[in-house]
Write a protein that binds this ligand. Structure first.
Ligand SMILES: C[C@@]1(CC(=O)O)C2=NC(=C\c3[nH]c(c(CCC(=O)O)c3CC(=O)O)Cc3[nH]c(c(CC(=O)O)c3CCC(=O)O)/C=C3\N/C(=C\2)[C@@H](CCC(=O)O)[C@]3(C)CC(=O)O)/[C@H]1CCC(=O)O
Ligand SMILES: NC(=O)c1ccc[n+]([C@@H]2O[C@H](COP(=O)([O-])OP(=O)(O)OC[C@H]3O[C@@H](n4cnc5c(N)ncnc54)[C@H](O)[C@@H]3O)[C@@H](O)[C@H]2O)c1
Length: 295
């Protein structure tokens, strides 16, 4: 098994206190991947923006309650109502008041009525339900961001309210720099990890540490596009000849064949591209800071 450099550096990071610039720890927001499975999201409004909100929460397996008069429904909103009758409970009316908030875990409003939006925001906060009011930052407990999705790989670009259009443009740049097969690789590694956990179950302890070290070594030694090729047989072989023998076999050793063309991206280039993406996000933060500074 190769050395697990990332793990070591992580351990170092924990053991050695960093000299952080504590004075600069403000002005951002907490970036999370909110788990909405089986949670109820109330969406008020059925226009263009609401249709985007519906899509965003359906992808997160939420149950949706939608309140909007049918006369103002966007075609895509209508389509979602038709396509997901089990997951969207639709009410053809306007917002009725506090009774609409019963059992709700999150509120998203996208209506063309600012006063009503503020009223709904006050009610949601009274009930301690997190709310996003499209386009009214003071009425948002969280902002939406510009999203990239490829299977389980999810990237959100946020300018923390400073420039949504720049978030959109930066997204397009990052999209172009993501290595081929990154989403598939993430998905396959997810399957491999669950198979490994079946063989070596439990939380924490020495086994947990060895499991994490082996996964880190597989991810760092294999190319992203090779991980994307993993199938059931290859995974079984990788676990038999790799995990069981405490080493990381190569793609060919587990029955895989390189499908590389001259245009494929070598690992060093992938690293370069990741750095480029990090630079772009860093630049976005700088833009945000500069814009804040100008106010
Ligand atoms: C990212 C995205 C996600 C989404 O909504 O899904 C999103 N806005 C998008 C587009 C967009 N929105 C606007 C324009 C016109 C250009 C411009 O005004 O700059 C464009 C560009 C376009 O349409 O191309 C107008 C606008 N938006 C807000 C205000 C109010 C204000 O700033 O005070 C105004 C001015 C209203 C006015 O002037 O009247 C506020 C918010 N918009 C946010 C998210 C949150 C902050 C996100 C962040 O900073 O990262 C936040 C705070 C709250 C929220 O809504 O969650 C989506 C791009 C998705 C994509 O394309 O990938
Ligand atoms: N964040 C963003 O990316 C973004 C982009 C564009 C617009 N917006 C803002 O989002 C809001 C919605 O934009 P849109 O383009 O979807 O508008 P829209 O006019 O297409 O849709 C508004 C919807 O709200 C419904 N509605 C109005 N009052 C209601 C009430 N009391 N109860 C329930 N439903 C009600 C209407 O019937 C309609 O379905 C606007 O305020 C707009 O400024 C945000």
């Amino acid at each position: 098994m190769g050395t697990s450099r990332q793990w070591t550096s992580l351990a170092k990071f924990i053991d050695t206190p960093r000299m952080a610039d504590t004075a600069s720890l403000s002005g951002g927001s907490l970036l999370l991947a909110w788990q909405l499975k089986d949670k109820t999201v109330l969406i008020i409004g059925g226009g263009d923006v609401a249709s985007g909100r519906i899509e965003s929460v359906l992808v997160a397996d939420a149950r949706v309650t939608l309140i909007a008069p049918s006369a103002g429904l966007h075609p895509l909103t209508k389509q979602f109502i038709e396509d997901y009758p089990d997951r969207i409970t639709y009410h053809d009316r306007t917002f009725a008041g506090p009774s609409d908030l019963a059992g709700v875990d999150m509120v998203l409003t996208a209506i063309d009525d600012v006063d009503k939006s503020r009223e709904i925001c006050a009610l949601a906060r009274e009930h301690r339900i997190p709310i996003n009011v499209a386009d009214i930052p003071p009425s948002c407990d969280f902002y939406f961001g510009s999203q990239i999705r490829s299977g389980p790989l999810q990237i959100m670009i946020s300018t923390n309210g400073q420039s949504p259009k720049l978030a959109n443009l930066i997204r397009k740049q990052i999209e172009r720099s993501i290595p081929d097969g990154a989403g598939e690789a993430v998905e396959k590694v997810g399957v491999l990890r669950s198979k490994l956990r079946e063989r070596a179950p439990g939380v924490g302890g020495e086994l947990g540490k060895r499991r994490m070290r082996w996964m880190i070594d597989v991810c760092t030694n294999w190319e992203m596009e090779d991980l994307a090729l993993l199938d059931e047989d290859m995974m079984a072989k990788l676990l038999d000849d790799g995990w069981e023998k405490n080493r990381v076999p190569r793609l060919q050793e587990v029955g895989g064949a390189k499908r590389r063309s001259s245009t494929s991206t070598p690992k060093t280039a992938n690293l370069w591209l990741s750095s480029a993406a990090a630079f772009v996000v860093g630049a976005a933060c700088t833009v945000a800071v500069l814009l804040t500074g100008r106010r």
